[in-house]
Design a protein around this ligand. Structure first.
Ligand code: CP
Length: 320
């Protein structure tokens, strides 16, 4: 398939690799479809929208939410899945088969391929290898995680009724966190958004990413202390320090859980309407005491929206 083509009003047959492909109009169209999917999801009766369709989920890296919600999304719509977790052990990849050959084989069995891989750029390579079916990036190393950003944008939109004039805090691992890379790209498409990037100096955005994002017009402020969090932001998006990207364990230990989201911090710096988000998994950077806060959405709507947005996206890609 063609590589990283803009959606430009036409989802059918498109690979989904990066947030760069989406215009605000494309996102708005997806959100309308997502709201319809929400009704199907709440109905407890699978629809037949994807009856006869098969989606391959091939995950070279562990996943709970993305894998689970893509699988649930397809099944909610009456489709079927081929599920390959850890292909390096449980497929012919273990015998040395290349990514390109693996993709060419599975596209013969299905209508869409969803791939997660530890190396940035691999989803795009998979899309080039696939001749007949679209490929969806379910997270490529430190690159992007477009469907996570779309569900995060949907969650913000649902609660704040806008994607413009927002002030948000992104906290944790800006360097390695693919979800923040996609989310910054997403919010850059809308007017007058300001993001405060809270991380230890070692985990700041790469300078090339920082200047590319800035060029897109979004206001970015890098901060290294939670005392610099502006009061009453619209959302706080906490993230895990990505342990698996560190070559030296000691380096990870030095920066992990540098910023912990607690009720104390919320009392000091959040507002009545601040929502608390996290792509999950969390490993200590949000205290369980925060879970009861009604504005904590990471185990609530942010999770469910992941399934709805993926239901909508797969349907659109398949022209349904
Ligand atoms: N948010 C996210 O990508 O979670 P998983 O790694 O569990 O899929």
């Amino acid at each position: 398939m063609a590589m990283i083509e803009p959606i430009n009003g036409k989802y059918k047959g498109k690979d989904i690799i990066s947030l760069d492909q989406f215009s605000p109009k494309d996102i708005s169209f997806l959100f309308k479809k997502t709201s319809r999917m929400k009704k199907i999801g709440a109905n407890a009766k699978p629809s037949n929208i994807l009856k006869g369709n098969i989606v391959t989920l091939i995950f070279y890296e562990p996943s709970s939410r993305t894998f689970g919600s893509f699988g649930a999304a397809v099944k909610q719509l009456g489709g079927a899945t081929i599920e390959i977790l850890d292909p390096s052990h449980f497929s012919s990849v273990s015998k040395g088969e290349t990514l390109e050959d693996t993709i060419r084989v599975f596209e013969a069995y299905c209508d869409v391929i969803v791939i997660r891989h530890p190396i940035a750029g691999t989803a795009s390579n998979a899309a080039v290898a696939a001749e007949f079916v679209p490929v969806i990036n379910a997270g490529d190393g430190i690159g992007e995680h477009p469907t996570q950003a779309l569900l995060d944008l949907y969650t913000i939109f649902e609660l704040h009724k806008r994607l413009t004039n927002l002030t948000g805090i992104l906290a944790g691992d800006m360097l390695n966190g693919r979800t923040v890379h996609s989310l910054i790209k997403g919010l850059s498409k809308y007017k007058n958004n300001t993001l405060y990037l809270l991380s230890p100096g070692e985990l700041k955005l790469r300078r090339s990413d920082y200047s590319n994002f800035k060029k897109s017009g979004i206001k970015l402020f890098e901060i290294e202390s939670d005392k610099d969090i502006p009061k009453n932001a619209d959302f706080w998006y906490w993230t895990r320090v990505q342990k698996e990207r560190f070559k030296v364990k000691k380096e990870y230990e030095k920066v992990k859980n540098h910023f912990v989201l607690s009720n104390k911090l919320i009392k000091e710096r959040a507002g009545k309407y601040t929502i608390f988000m996290h792509p999950l998994p969390r490993v200590g950077e949000i205290l369980p005491e925060v879970d009861e806060n009604p504005n904590a959405v990471y185990l609530r709507s942010e999770i469910r929206n992941g399934m709805y947005i993926r239901m909508a996206l797969i349907s659109l890609i398949l022209g349904k």
